[in-house]
Design a protein around this ligand. Structure first.
Ligand SMILES: [Zn+2]
Length: 246
């Protein structure tokens, strides 16, 4: 079976001496891991098209349920190479890509996630230092995949509260949060920003002016939620820490 689609490279892993396993977010079949033969050899037909973030038109072959279909063609539509050139921005983007791999089940169509990632990368290419675009991406990806934290009134009784309990993935009042573990206090502007991100588009993000405290509060909410309910630790965060200590 030959299949053609479009995809964005989320990551690639060496396989043997010269081969790669390339993981894509595709436009029509969700996450796909494909086996690429000899892309690391000089003169490979794949050229630089298997680098993370590359948006490409791809063809692959394999039986319907094959674990690793084989990539046979990859033509770059948009390389997004500027996002790979700056190490800081690449580490931040990689963290978002890693989250994508973890949240979207392999082979389950997710056209909305694909369009979201493409829109965010396009905006980020114009303003690579705008880290709020990546916060926006994470919030929307969590929402699309059903993992979004419940932020608002108390998730159990509806009372007003500023306490977010990462262990519960929700805001709870003091009484309902009894025994629910640690919590973080959310400033009302962080709650407002969070609900705004859930309904706006990436083009409005560049117009937002935030104080450092609000941005840090939002990031604290997102990362504590991801850390507790989605994964213990993202590999790329460990990678970022390794870089920091170099
Ligand atoms: Zn309550």
């Amino acid at each position: 079976m030959l299949k053609r689609t479009e995809g964005i490279v989320l990551r690639n892993r060496p396989h043997g001496d010269a081969d790669l396993i390339v993981t894509y977010l595709t436009s029509d079949s969700g996450i796909r891991s494909l086996y690429a033969r000899s892309p690391r050899k000089v003169g490979s037909r794949f050229g630089g098209s298997l680098e993370p973030l590359t948006y490409a038109r791809i063809s692959f072959v394999g039986k319907e349920q094959a674990r690793l279909p084989r990539l046979i063609q990859s033509d770059i539509i948009r390389p997004f190479n500027t996002l790979r050139e700056d190490m800081d921005s690449f580490v931040r983007v990689s963290e978002a890509l890693e989250l994508t791999v973890r949240l979207i089940p392999e082979g389950e169509p997710s056209g909305r996630a694909f369009r979201l990632l493409l829109e965010v990368l396009s905006s980020l290419e114009h303003t690579p230092r705008n880290t709020l675009l990546l916060s926006f991406y994470k919030v929307r990806l969590l929402d699309l995949t059903g993992f979004a934290p419940r932020v608002g009134g108390c998730a159990r009784c509806g009372a007003e509260t500023e306490r977010f309990y990462p262990g519960e993935g929700a805001t709870l009042c003091r009484g309902c949060g009894e025994g629910a573990g640690g919590f973080i206090e959310l400033h009302p502007s962080v709650k407002r920003l969070y609900s705004y991100l859930l309904r706006t588009g990436p083009s409005t993000i560049n117009r937002l002016r935030l104080t450092d405290a609000v941005y840090t509060g939002l990031e604290g909410l997102i990362s504590s939620h991801i850390g507790h309910t989605v994964v213990e630790r993202l590999n790329t965060r460990e990678f970022a820490e390794v870089l920091r200590t170099c």
